[in-house]
Structure formats: C-alpha cells, structure tokens
Design a protein around this ligand. Structure first.
Ligand code: HEM
Length: 477
C-alpha cells in the first residue's frame, strides 16, 4: 500500500489533508504500521507513560495558574489557594502528585521490559539511549517540582541535593551557589526551579519523547521473543508476524488505560499521599530554614539512588556511584553482546542475573527508606555492589566459557569486590566487624553466578535454537 498517496477526502479535512500529510502519516505510522503480533502486558507501559505525560502537562498548567513562586506565599498558595479555594483544585493537585509517582513506576517497568527482551540491542541502541536521556530529564523534572510547595521536605531535600554538588573538587561550591542563585536555597532558587519545572523541562521531555518515537518507528518494535519480524515478509513486503498497530494495539492499549485509571484514581480519591510514599507527611509543614528535620529523604522513586549516595563512604565517590549507574545503563548494548535478545531463550543464570538487577534495585530502595544508621549505610554499600555486579557480569554471558575462563572470572571478581571494600572501609570509620558481617552479600552473589557456572555448566546454556516465527502471543503470555 502506498502510504504517501494524496488524500481522497473532501471538505475541510480534505483541503487541510492535501496541504498537511495527516492521513498519510496516520496510515504509515499507525493504521499500516506493522507491529509484532505477540505484544504482552509489558508493552502497555510505553503508551501509558505517554498518557501520564499529557496528564502531567494538563494538570501542571492549571496548578501553575494558581501557584505563587515566592517563599512567603508558595506553601499557602498550594495548601489553601489550590487545595481549598480553587474549584477542583484538590483534584488537579492530587492527580499531579499521583501522576508523578505513576510516571516513574511506568517508566521503570518500561525500562525493565526493554532489559528483559533485549530491546537495547542492535538496531535499537539509539532508541535506548534516548530513553536514558528521557529518564534523566524526568528525574530533573521531579526534583525541580518537589521544591515548589515549599514544605519542610521540599526545602531540605533540595538543600541536601544542591549540597551534594559541593563534593566536586574546586568547581563544586561555585556550581552549587550558581544552581541555587544564592548561598542557601531561597527566593532565587524557587524562581528558577519554577521556571525550569513548568517551561524548560516539559519542552525537553516532549522533544525527547518525539525523538524516541521517531527512532522506534525507524527500526520497528522488538517483541517478547526478540525475533525481528521484518526478516520474514510476504510477497507484498508485509511482515508475516506483523499486525497493523491500529486497530489491534489501539484497542489493547485502551484496555490498559482503563485498568490503569482504576488504580490511578483509587489513589487520587482515596489515598493521594500513598501512605506517605507519594507525598511526604513532613511536607504538610511549611519550610523552616532554621529547623533541619531529623530524617531527610526523597520520594520512593529516588530511594535506590539515595541508598548509593548514603552507602558509599565519601560524598564524591557516592556521586560517582550514583552517576555511574546511568553510565552502566547507557553502556548496556556494549556490555551484553550476546546475539539472543529475549530473556526467554537465555540461560538460567542470565535470567537469575536480570532478576537480581531488579531485586537489588528494590532492596536499595528499601534500605534508603530506613533511617541513616550505620547498619543501613553499610548495607547500602554492599547492595550497590550487587547492583553494579549485575551489569558488570553481563560480558561473561556473551558466549560459552571454558572452565579456565570461569575460574578467572570468579577469582578476579571476588578479588575486586574485596579490594573495593577494604578501600571503602579504610576511608570511613565503619566498624570492621560490621564490614566482615555484611561483605558476604556481593561476595555470595558473585560466587553464585561464577561458581554456579563452574559447578553446573548447563545453567549457562542458552537455547540451542531460536524459533523462526513468533511464538503464540496474547495479552497475558
Ligand atoms: C516519558 C517516558 C517515555 C515514554 C512516553 C516512552 C514511550 C514509548 C513508547 C510509546 C514505546 C512503544 C510502545 C512500547 O514499546 O511500550 C516505547 C518503546 C521503547 N522505549 Fe520508551 N518511553 C519512555 C521512556 C523510556 C525510557 C526511560 C527508556 C529506557 C531507558 C525507554 C526505552 C524504550 C525502548 C528500548 C523501546 C522499544 C521497546 C521494544 O520495541 O521492545 N523508553 N517507548
């Protein structure tokens, strides 16, 4: 089918369509866009993330109309002006708050899907990389927005994060002052955070999502089998395992939207603070520049990174560990070069490793949810090491390894982790007894992966043969 043929529609739409490729774009990108026929539930999250992006922009617009970016007025303009005095203001605000958490949840699931099905591999590396930039822009957007209600946690959270920058040698302090526009978080900080939050970052996010979708449609979607549908086409060039995106996936996505809305609006109407996870209880107290709260922590979606910052015993190394986790993500296409994309056809140990990526990330979040005790900090350090290991062991799975290679990987990895720990403990006064008590966490992880590969070679064997066509799909497969 020729997607670029002129419009046959008459009337006003026909007139516009002859001058603007609306129906041609709809055909090429939606109704005649071939999508693999086996998308499962994991493929809901991209479209849902787009929906939440639109909701955040719409609700944010109305919030910005009533909000006052001034330390004397901000808190009450939100708590009274928006929540009580403006019609439906409470609904708009709660949708925006629950929307922020929903956005992160959806994006985390969306990223994990890409990891499971190898969607970051050739030819989708750029699509993946743009995704990383989207995540960073989203994180910046959430951080900037968190200051705006000018509550205690808003204020001190921003103070802590802008303070972290001072750990950079020489340029750290000037950069922190420049970011805040002052020596402390104050009026200039609130003004600039407001402008960046409502203007700069949303534009950047929209632009990045557009590039993301263009890159996706350039190379086509991956799928749960990780098998390229464009490698097997019929006489007219249509992939044998492809179905038009519309109506098949528009209808499927609508089902996803309805389930999502049930959960989303349950939170909005019945539990907008989400047990203090979506909206910190301390933020119901106006910012007090003279009173530092006993425990300062970010919202749930940043907790794993907070555990890294807190666990690594040096501010600068902590920042490096935090930044390094994004470098690892960006380098995923280089670390995992195994030709098989989908986890379905990868070895048992590889599956375990991908599971541990998520488990260690959640574990880090759990640790940072607790108080900044020495115990929690030490666990934070060791689980950060496990999280890093789940990425750094990936090259091991790129091909079958000889016994000798497995022993070398095991010895080098164990030596590296013990050396790093001795180094970390020597620069900080954690008790050595606590170190020995907890050092087993990364050491055991590496032992399971490489020792397991040595003792049970079958655990490292990928599927001998991939199916030639997509296997039976469906929403719940
Ligand atoms: C605002 C945030 C985002 C939006 C709105 C978004 C949107 C989408 C949409 C609509 C798709 C196609 C449908 C689907 O596969 O679910 C997609 C695919 C994809 N996205 Fe995103 N995305 C976002 C963030 C990210 C992030 C943070 C990453 C990774 C770091 C990422 C990586 C990918 C990859 C690799 C694919 C292709 C998946 C496949 O074909 O299997 N995206 N995205």
């Amino acid at each position: 089918m020729n997607n670029s043929k002129p419009s046959k529609t008459s009337g006003v739409f026909g007139w516009i369509d002859q001058r603007l490729p609306i129906s041609a774009t709809w055909r090429s990108q939606v109704s005649r866009y071939p999508a693999p026929k086996n998308f499962n539930v994991w493929y809901f999250f991209g479209s849902l993330a787009m929906l939440v992006l639109v909701m955040q922009l719409a609700t944010g617009l109305f919030l910005a109309i009533h909000y006052q970016p001034n330390p004397h007025l901000a808190y009450w303009s939100v708590l009274r002006g928006i929540q009580r005095d403006s019609r439906w203001g409470w609904l708009i605000r709660y949708m925006h708050i629950v929307g922020a958490s929903a956005f992160f949840l959806l994006v985390y699931l969306h990223m994990y899907r890409a990891v499971m099905y190898g969607s970051y591999k050739k030819p989708r590396e750029l699509l993946w990389l743009v995704g990383i930039f989207i995540y960073l822009a989203l994180a910046a957007e959430a951080f900037l927005g968190y200051l705006l209600p000018w509550g205690q946690m808003s204020y001190w959270g921003s103070a802590v994060v802008t303070n972290f920058v001072t750990a950079l040698p020489v340029i750290g302090k000037p950069i922190a002052t420049w970011m805040r526009g002052s020596f402390v978080v104050d009026l200039p900080t609130l003004n600039r955070f407001f402008v960046f939050h409502v203007f700069l970052m949303p534009m950047l996010l929209l632009a990045l999502v557009l590039v993301h979708l263009i890159a996706l449609h350039q190379v086509g979607s991956n799928n749960p089998d990780g098998i390229e549908i464009h490698d097997n086409v019929n006489e007219s060039g249509w992939p044998r395992d492809g179905i038009p995106f519309h109506p098949y996936y528009t209808v499927k996505d609508l089902f996803g939207v309805s389930v999502f809305f049930v959960i989303f609006f349950w939170f909005v109407f019945y539990n907008p603070a989400g047990w203090g996870l979506l909206l910190d209880k301390l933020n119901y107290t106006p910012a007090n520049i003279l009173h530092t709260p006993a425990d300062i922590h970010p919202l749930w979606f940043f907790l794993p990174f907070y555990a890294m910052l807190r666990g690594v015993p040096d501010k600068l190394y902590g920042i490096m560990a935090f930044g390094g986790s994004f470098v690892l993500l960006a380098f995923l296409p280089l670390l995992d070069r195994n030709p098989i994309r989908s986890i379905r056809y990868r070895s048992v140990l590889y599956k375990f490793n991908v599971l541990m990526m998520a488990a260690s990330f959640l574990w880090l979040g759990w640790i940072a949810h607790g108080f900044a005790t020495e115990h929690n900090m030490v666990y934070g350090l060791h689980v950060t090491e496990v999280f890093y290991s789940t990425f750094l062991v990936l090259p091991f799975f790129n091909r079958q390894r000889t016994v000798r290679a497995k022993i070398i990987w095991l010895v080098l990895a164990e030596a590296a982790v013990w050396l790093i720990d001795v180094w970390m403990y020597s620069i900080h006064a954690h008790g050595w007894d606590l170190m020995l008590l907890t050092d087993w966490i990364p050491a055991l992880y590496l032992l399971v992966v490489f020792g397991g590969a040595l003792a049970f070679p079958a655990l490292t064997r990928d599927a001998a043969k991939l199916p030639e066509r997509l296997t039976a799909g469906g929403i719940f497969h």
